[in-house]
Design a protein. Structure first.
Length: 364
C-alpha cells in the first residue's frame, strides 16, 4: 500500500472521458478489443460442443470445448462474409454452421464444407478457417482474449495469490443477475478502488468493517484488497440461511476482500459468497453490471442476491449522480485522498496507456 510520503495522486482523465462518443469508440477498439474478458465458468463448458459467446469491445468471440476436451476460442465471424456465427450459449457438438450461406466448421476451427465449392476456386484451408483467439482458465473462470497466443497467467500476475483463501473453483454459481447503471463504466471502477467512500456511502451496509485497517495493493494494472471486521463487533449477517464458505481460513471468515482485474472485472469476497461483476460498457453514459454469485452449492440465492444488491445499488446511485455533472463546463476533480483514492490515479494511467496517451489531459 502507498504511504503519506508518496506524491499527491491526481485525476488524469478529462471530463470528456466520461461522455464523449469518441473516447468510447477508442476504448472499445484499443482497450476492450485488446484485453482479457471473463466469459463464464468452466462448468458451463463441460460437454463437447458447449459454446459461449462474449463481446470484447469491437470484437465478437466464441469459446467452446472441442472433441478432445480442449477449450478453444475463435472470432465469432464467418470468414466468408463476416456473418456472426453463434448467439448466447448452446451446444454445437455437430459443428458450427453459418446461418447465412451454410459454410460449416469443425470444433477446431477448420472449414468442413463450402456449399457449391466450385464457386470458390481460390478458397484454401488457411483462408477459410476461423480466426483464433486466446482462452485461459483461472479459479474455474474462463477468460478470452481477441489475439491468439495470449497467456492469462502472465496477465493476472500475482492476483491469484492475493485473494486470500477463496477458491472460486470449489464454489457453485448460485445466481446471476444484471444491474443497469446510467453512468460511464470508469466511474464504477473508480468507485470500486476508492477506499474513502466506505465510511460514508456504505455507512449502513459495511458498518461492521474496520476501514482504518483497509489494506490494498497495486499489482501491475490490477488491484487487490482486504478489510477486517472492527474489533469487538459481531458479524452482522444479512444473508439469512446462507452457509459460510467451508474452505475459508479464519482471516477470510472475519473480513472482506475487493479486487479488480483490469480493466473492468470487479470482485468482492466475504464469508458467504464470492462475487464477480463485470462493468460492461454499452454506451458512453451507460453500463451493465453482469453479476455472478459464487457460493456453497446449498446456499439459497435470494439472501445473497439481496446482500449484493444492497451495496451495489448504493455504488450505482453515487456513480449516476457524478455522471449527471460530467458535462458541466465547471466539472473537475479538485483533489484525491493521498492513500484512500490513490488507486484511481493508477487506473487512469492504465486507461490512457491503452489508448496510446502519455497521461496528459485531453480528448484522444
Amino acid at each position: 500500500m502507498s504511504t503519506l510520503t508518496a506524491p499527491q495522486p491526481t485525476a488524469l482523465l478529462p471530463a470528456e472521458a466520461y461522455w464523449s462518443p469518441r473516447w468510447y469508440e477508442r476504448e472499445q477498439q484499443r482497450l476492450f478489443g485488446a484485453t482479457w474478458h471473463l466469459v463464464c465458468r468452466t462448468d458451463e463448458l463441460a460437454r463437447v460442443g458447449d459454446a459461449v459467446t462474449v463481446e470484447a469491445g469491437t470484437e465478437r468471440l466464441l469459446v467452446l470445448r472441442d472433441g478432445d476436451g480442449t477449450l478453444r476460442a475463435f472470432h465469432n465471424r464467418c470468414p466468408h462474409r463476416g456473418m456472426r456465427l453463434l448467439d448466447g450459449a448452446g451446444n454445437v457438438a455437430s459443428g458450427i454452421v453459418c446461418p447465412y450461406h451454410a459454410w460449416s466448421f469443425a470444433l477446431d476451427g477448420r472449414c468442413r464444407r463450402i456449399p457449391q465449392a466450385e464457386q470458390f476456386p481460390a478458397a484454401t484451408p488457411e483462408t477459410c478457417r476461423l480466426d483464433e483467439a486466446s482462452v485461459g482458465v483461472w479459479a474455474g473462470l474462463v477468460f478470452a482474449h481477441p489475439e491468439p497466443g495470449g497467456s492469462l497467467e502472465a496477465y493476472l500476475d500475482a492476483v491469484p495469490t492475493l485473494i486470500g483463501s477463496f477458491r472460486p473453483e470449489r464454489l457453485t454459481q448460485v445466481a446471476r443477475f444484471e444491474v443497469p447503471a446510467r453512468c460511464n463504466w470508469k466511474l464504477l471502477v473508480e468507485n470500486h478502488v476508492d477506499v474513502y467512500h466506505l465510511w460514508y456511502l456504505h455507512a449502513r451496509t459495511l458498518s461492521e468493517y474496520d476501514h482504518h485497517r483497509f489494506a490494498w495493493r497495486q499489482v501491475g494494472p490490477h488491484w487487490t484488497s482486504y478489510e477486517p471486521r472492527r474489533p469487538g463487533v459481531a458479524a452482522r449477517r444479512p444473508h439469512a440461511g446462507a452457509p459460510q464458505i467451508r474452505h475459508l481460513d479464519d482471516r477470510d471468515r472475519a473480513g472482506i476482500g475487493a479486487h479488480l482485474v483490469f480493466p473492468n472485472l470487479l470482485m468482492a469476497a466475504e464469508a458467504e459468497m464470492f462475487l464477480t461483476y463485470v462493468a460492461r460498457p454499452v454506451a458512453p453514459d451507460r453500463t451493465c453490471l453482469d453479476v455472478r454469485v459464487h457460493a456453497e452449492p446449498d446456499a439459497p440465492p435470494e439472501p445473497l442476491m439481496a446482500a449484493a444488491r444492497a451495496f451495489l445499488l448504493e455504488d450505482v446511485a453515487a456513480c449516476e449522480a457524478v455522471q449527471d455533472t460530467v458535462r458541466s463546463r465547471r466539472f473537475r476533480v479538485a483533489h484525491l485522498a493521498v492513500d484512500h483514492e490513490r488507486p484511481i490515479t493508477e487506473f487512469h494511467r492504465r486507461v490512457l496507456a491503452a489508448l496510446g496517451e502519455d497521461g496528459d489531459r485531453g480528448d484522444p
